[in-house]
Ligand binder design. Structure first.
Ligand code: GCU
Length: 358
């Protein structure tokens, strides 16, 4: 099967996938046992072919649980020909490193944060810009629209051997630090904050008023603890699950980013499957998205409660408009070619359809 054909099939699966991804609250993962083994009796490691899926967060994360479920469902759907083992906690390396392994095929699958994709195709930046999406529904609408995303998501199949199987809701990101609640951009002055490994993220934090330090997720706790960092920016689930709340007690709702995570797969490995097995596999992706996205909303609520319990202070008294003004030039300078302009315009259409609070 050619890469083009693989892509067409993957794109079809993506449409269904994201159509189902309503991102509503409620639902959640039933029966998740904390270990994320999905509770099934399937031994995926006994499959003829076992793929590795790299993940940089904990086993409690709904994306982990959804991936384990996917592996078990794949095993059953292919009569044990394929299984997926999920490696959590950045065991296979930082996202910026592992994506090269996925490109070479030595790791078959991974979850990756949007900004890290910019090193392969800078046009991915559009979905990583601050204050880009007005609502979760607007973001879900964009990702459900393969007319909008198709070319971007297939853009690195030929060049890098990477297929984007799905785009997932990954929370809303805010700043946190050990020193003080953040209300105005000036409050970030002098604070060294970790960002994801991408130039756009560095520039964003600098414009917001802080000092940016790009690094992989796994190093952040120690850097916060030792004072190498004053803080970071992330959603509430990372803040709690990785114990950042212990070492940076002030979490402030700047709401500066709603960026996706992507589920990636090596294109050739996907292409090597029989048509029947591939169809079965791609048909399971909608369940993964549904499970991960609905589980995420619940995970946020649980994370906030647990952080508060641990003594963290959540501050919603933030001058969001001031931060939005600060980063507006980044948005403007990044929309600098027709591809990005089209993506940007499409996002605005969905923003109009699904405004904030809709
Ligand atoms: C979120 C996101 C990850 C990302 C991480 C980070 O957890 O879901 O994909 O890697 O933030 O900030 O590194």
């Amino acid at each position: 099967m050619t890469r083009k054909k693989v892509l067409a099939t993957a794109a079809a699966a993506l449409t269904i996938t994201l159509g189902l991804a309503a991102c509503g609250s409620g639902g959640g993962i039933e029966g998740g046992d904390g270990g994320g083994d999905g509770g099934g009796d399937v031994d995926v490691s006994s499959a003829d072919t076992v793929w590795r899926l790299a993940f940089n967060q904990t086993e409690e994360h709904p994306q982990y649980i959804a991936a384990v479920e996917l592996g078990e469902a794949l095993y059953e759907a292919t009569d044990g020909r394929y299984g997926i083992e999920v490696y959590a906690n950045e065991l296979l390396g930082t996202q910026a490193d592992v994506v090269n392994n996925v490109s070479e095929g030595s790791v078959e699958m991974m979850y990756i944060g949007g900004p890290v994709m910019e090193s392969f195709n800078e046009d991915f930046i559009v979905f990583n810009l601050p204050y880009m999406f007005d609502s979760i529904e607007a973001q879900a609408g964009v990702f459900a629209d393969t007319e909008v995303t198709g070319d971007l998501f297939s853009s690195i199949e030929e060049s890098k051997g990477i297929t984007v199987l799905a785009a997932l809701f990954a929370g809303v990101r805010n700043v946190y630090n050990a020193e003080r609640p953040i209300v105005e951009p000036e409050d970030l002055s002098g604070l060294k904050l970790r960002v994801q490994q991408s130039d756009s993220q560095v520039r964003m934090i600098e414009m917001m008023g802080g000092v940016a330090s790009p690094m992989g997720q796994g190093e952040v706790y120690t850097a916060l603890q030792s004072g190498v960092l004053d803080g970071a920016e992330n959603n509430e689930t990372v803040y709690n699950a990785l114990n950042h709340d212990e070492v940076a007690e002030y979490y402030s709702y700047t709401r500066h980013l709603m960026i996706p995570d992507y589920l990636l797969m090596n294109t050739d490995i996907l292409g090597e499957m029989s048509d029947e097995d591939r169809e079965a596999f791609l048909g399971l992706i909608p369940d993964l998205v549904e499970s991960a996205n609905s589980g995420f909303m619940e995970f946020i609520d649980e994370s906030i409660a647990a952080s508060e319990e641990a003594g963290a202070q959540f501050n919603d008294d933030v001058n969001v408009e001031a931060f939005r003004e600060r980063v507006a030039p980044l948005v403007e300078e990044s929309i600098n070619n027709p591809v990005r302009q089209d993506l940007y315009d499409a996002v605005q259409e969905y923003n109009e359809q699904f405004p904030a609070g809709s």
